[in-house]
Design a protein around this ligand. Structure first.
Ligand code: PLP
Length: 383
């Protein structure tokens, strides 16, 4: 086979990450030996239950939460749905308004749209050209009807990191709760839910080299929360259903590896900056949409004028390079990205934008290879 067809460069780590060896080892052990039902009263059930509680401690420790504030879910989408729907039921009709940003992940944005016909009022603050939310803009939208401010910690498409501590302080001054989707930030920057001051935060294992099919919800002890999946007593009666013990154990293990993941930050950031600099000099008119400060260390959003992202993704894929045009959850939609439109891109520019997200396995020669292919392709188009 031709050499380049064997080469694989994975630059879509915001979509998902490769399950690490240590996580796989933990999960395999649980699948092989500890397959008991955690609710069973005999020994194998008790062991399975202990595995879940150990994982809960590991997740809670990684985000600086208490175990009583940490619930396992099926994914972050479920965690986001749980908070938005629980709170809407809890406050409605006394309070009806949620303030959010226009750059949230579909698991927030589409849930907010779902709640609107049920009487929930949703107002969106504006963002600047790098996707930054300003607390002052949020403040203008606050009124006595507001019960929740919902703002992600780091954006999945462009990487902007918000000042959630400031937003939480503003919310609490006005007796309003806060939800922050921390999915993309977890494992890439340090997370401390107490320092962020949020009431709710959501997480997903598969973004930090853990398995798919398990997420977590942090709910501060005194914050309202009601059962969001009805049935048995699991997860303190909040989320019924027999637990996915191996996935939960894998998530716990991935969380113990967070310090190791964070030790890659500087190296990944340098590679990203190298890629951004070289793209700027190689691609005429390229626009880097990601901010240079307060940005995830691994994420670049780049608009290549007059080259559709569909076309460049297909070309890169042919050469074994995986990148995306935006959120993996919107891949099959032909619409321009809502996030990119919110930061001021035209429909055309949004459809010419690639998201490149590096990970702990990215090496300098992966960046060089990707640049070589992009340059070769652009040169062939001008001939
Ligand atoms: N929130 C953000 C910011 C994400 O990037 C994602 C996944 O891409 C999710 C939520 C949803 O996570 P999950 O795949 O666990 O449902």
């Amino acid at each position: 086979m031709l050499n380049f067809l064997r080469r694989k460069v994975y630059l879509d780590n915001n979509a998902t990450t490769r399950v690490s060896y240590s996580v796989r080892k933990t999960m395999n052990r649980v699948l092989k030996r500890h397959w008991g039902n955690p609710s069973s009263g005999y020994r194998s059930g008790k062991v399975a239950s202990q595995i879940i509680e150990q994982a809960r401690e590991q997740v809670a420790k990684a985000i600086n939460a208490h175990t009583h504030e940490t619930y396992f879910t099926g994914c972050a989408t479920e965690s986001n749905n749980a908070v938005l729907q629980t709170l809407s039921n809890h406050f409605y009709p006394e309070k009806r308004k949620i303030i959010s940003s226009p750059i949230e992940h579909p698991s927030i944005a589409n849930t907010l749209e779902f709640l609107k016909p049920k009487g929930i009022i949703v107002e969106y603050c504006s963002v600047d050209k790098f996707g930054f939310v300003s607390a002052k803009e949020i403040e203008k939208l606050i009124d006595n009807d507001t019960f929740l401010i919902c703002c992600m910690l780091a954006n999945n498409e462009i990487g902007s990191i918000q000042n959630i501590t400031e937003i939480s302080a503003l919310a609490h001054k006005n007796n309003i709760l806060t939800l922050s989707d921390c999915v993309q930030a977890f494992g890439k920057i340090p997370i401390d839910v107490k320092a962020l001051g949020v009431d709710y935060a959501t997480f997903s294992a598969h973004k930090l080299y853990g398995p798919k099919g398990v997420g977590a919800l942090y709910a501060r002890i005194s914050s309202p929360l009601a059962p969001f999946i009805h049935g048995g007593h699991q997860e303190e009666g909040m989320r019924a259903g027999t637990e996915s013990v191996h996935n939960i154990a894998g998530f716990g293990k991935a969380c113990t590896d967070v310090p190791k993941l964070l030790s890659h930050t500087q190296r990944i950031k340098q590679l990203k900056e190298l890629l951004a600099d070289q793209l700027r000099s190689a691609v005429p008119g390229i626009i880097i949409n990601s901010p240079s400060e307060n940005c995830l260390p691994n994420t670049i959003s780049a608009t290549i004028p007059n080259v559709s992202s569909k076309e460049s993704m297909m070309l890169l894929d042919y050469y074994g390079i995986s990148v995306s045009s935006g959120s993996a959850c919107s891949t099959h939609q032909d619409k321009p990205s809502r996030v990119l439109k919110s930061i001021g891109l035209s429909d055309k520019a949004a459809k010419e934008t690639l998201r490149i997200s590096l990970g702990i396995h990215t090496r300098k020669n992966d960046i060089a290879y990707t640049l070589k292919i992009i340059k070769k392709y652009l040169a062939s188009r001008t001939q």
